[in-house]
Design a protein around this ligand. Structure first.
Ligand SMILES: NC(=O)c1ccc[n+]([C@@H]2O[C@H](COP(=O)([O-])OP(=O)(O)OC[C@H]3O[C@@H](n4cnc5c(N)ncnc54)[C@H](O)[C@@H]3O)[C@@H](O)[C@H]2O)c1
Length: 391
């Protein structure tokens, strides 16, 4: 199958960027060495849905070292780096289906293309592959799958599908929640916000919607930058935690929206900010999402009501309503990946190590795995933690 990417001539640029990431990911380097000897993926076709960026690319090199026959890589929406896509597509054993501006229709088409290859292992993010498999009657049974993120877990639960193979939910690992979500995402969201806007965060009133692992880490990092932070969560327990952590909270979302200079969604749910909120927005408010899917902000609903829409810089749209301007960053795609380079390298070294070792466990030893969802095996959590402590 031919790759579908933006520009093959960017392969050299993608290659040049890899050196730094290879140097800064010691856990993946160690896993790659082990995989070279043990070949856990010998002769397997692997389907992957992940953000196409340099950290993922190095991890894919480790999977290839582990004997994978072919890798079919589908990008996540709005986060593909075209140079990395070109770098990976230049490898004979990798097919990349990922363009910078892919739509949901493109994404669905790619998934069906991958299904026609009958891959034996799914390494998924956002449950795209897992749901695509279960949407139709299939004539093969994969060995199993990983699901990386909270959104994917929620989508699997909401789908009502009775899963046909083991699915290890990386996001159910305490290591993933405590390190990536609570520590890493906040730093990279602040980075994405600063890169996108070049604004001073100190003194701004910033509202974070969703105070789970990612939202609490993000609100904390924003406050450390001098922002006045507000938090809204639909769950009063989490709202109370936000209050106890020192953020301004209210159960009335419109009241918090009305005073916010910047609003960031991080819930994993859809339509959190909609046209219904337009009357409450301050003139000049900036909207951004860092949850897995951009649907947390109802972009079609907002744009349909705008008198005009103007691009005012890379990844920045100004929607003009009767009495106010609303700025939307990165078309609501995850801000840290779309405007920045995603989570800090060490954080993804850790998260991708969990993905690699869980994938290898599914490929080589399913004796302790059940059909359906389950957390990362405890021994893998402990191994990766110890490796990171000592790296
Ligand atoms: N951008 C990234 O790099 C990155 C990394 C990890 C996870 N994620 C994504 O971030 C999102 C949040 O992940 P998490 O680990 O924090 O999940 P979580 O389950 O820990 O937290 C989500 C929070 O949102 C709240 N919530 C749900 N519906 C809401 C609503 N309608 N209004 C207000 N609050 C609501 C929940 O009560 C919960 O407290 C998910 O989409 C996840 O996939 C993004």
């Amino acid at each position: 199958m031919e790759s579908i990417i933006d520009d093959r001539s960017l392969a050299e640029v993608g290659q040049q960027r890899m050196g730094w990431f290879r140097e800064q990911m010691p856990l993946i380097t160690a896993i790659k060495k082990t995989f070279e000897k043990e070949k856990p993926f010998q002769d397997l076709n692997i389907a992957i849905c992940l953000h196409v960026e340099p950290k993922t690319a190095y991890w894919i090199e480790a999977l290839l070292a582990g004997g994978a026959r072919h890798i079919f890589l589908v990008g996540c929406l709005g986060t593909t780096k075209p140079d990395t896509a070109a770098f990976l597509a230049a490898k004979e054993q990798v097919t990349v289906l990922a363009k910078e501006k892919d739509t949901m229709e493109d994404h669905q088409r790619y998934l069906e293309m991958v299904m026609s290859e009958k891959p034996q292992l799914f390494l998924d993010n956002g449950a795209s592959l897992i749901l695509a498999y279960h949407q139709r009657q299939r004539d093969w049974l994969p060995l199993g799958a990983n699901e990386e993120t909270r959104t994917g877990r929620l989508l699997i639960d909401d789908s009502g599908y009775s899963l046909k193979f083991p699915v290890i939910v990386i996001d159910d690992s305490p290591l993933k929640k405590l390190l990536e979500n609570a520590v890493g995402v906040g730093q990279s969201v602040v980075d994405g916000l600063m890169r996108s806007t070049s604004l001073l965060l100190g003194g701004k009133r910033i509202l974070v919607i969703g105070y789970g692992y990612c939202g609490s880490g993000t609100a904390g990092k924003l406050r450390a930058m001098g922002a006045h932070t507000s938090v809204y969560d639909i769950d009063p327990v989490y709202l109370l935690k936000a209050k106890a952590d020192g953020h301004r909270v209210s159960e009335e979302l419109p009241a918090l929206i009305a005073e916010a200079d910047i609003i960031i969604t991080l819930t994993g749910r859809f339509n959190i900010l909609t046209a219904e909120h337009i009357p409450h927005f301050k003139d000049g408010v900036i909207l951004a999402n860092a949850g897995h899917f951009g649907f947390e902000i109802d972009v079609p609903g907002l744009t349909a009501r705008a008198a005009s829409i103007e691009t005012v810089g890379k990844g920045k749209q100004m929607l003009t309503f009767q009495d106010k301007r609303v700025f939307l960053l990165e078309e609501a795609n995850p801000l840290n990946l779309s405007a920045g380079d995603g989570n800090p390298i060490e954080i993804m070294d850790l998260g991708l190590s969990l993905q690699a070792l869980c994938g290898a466990r599914i490929a080589t030893d399913r004796s302790q795995l059940i059909t359906g969802v389950q957390p990362v095996p405890r021994d893998i959590d402990c191994l990766v933690s110890r490796q990171m402590i000592n790296s």
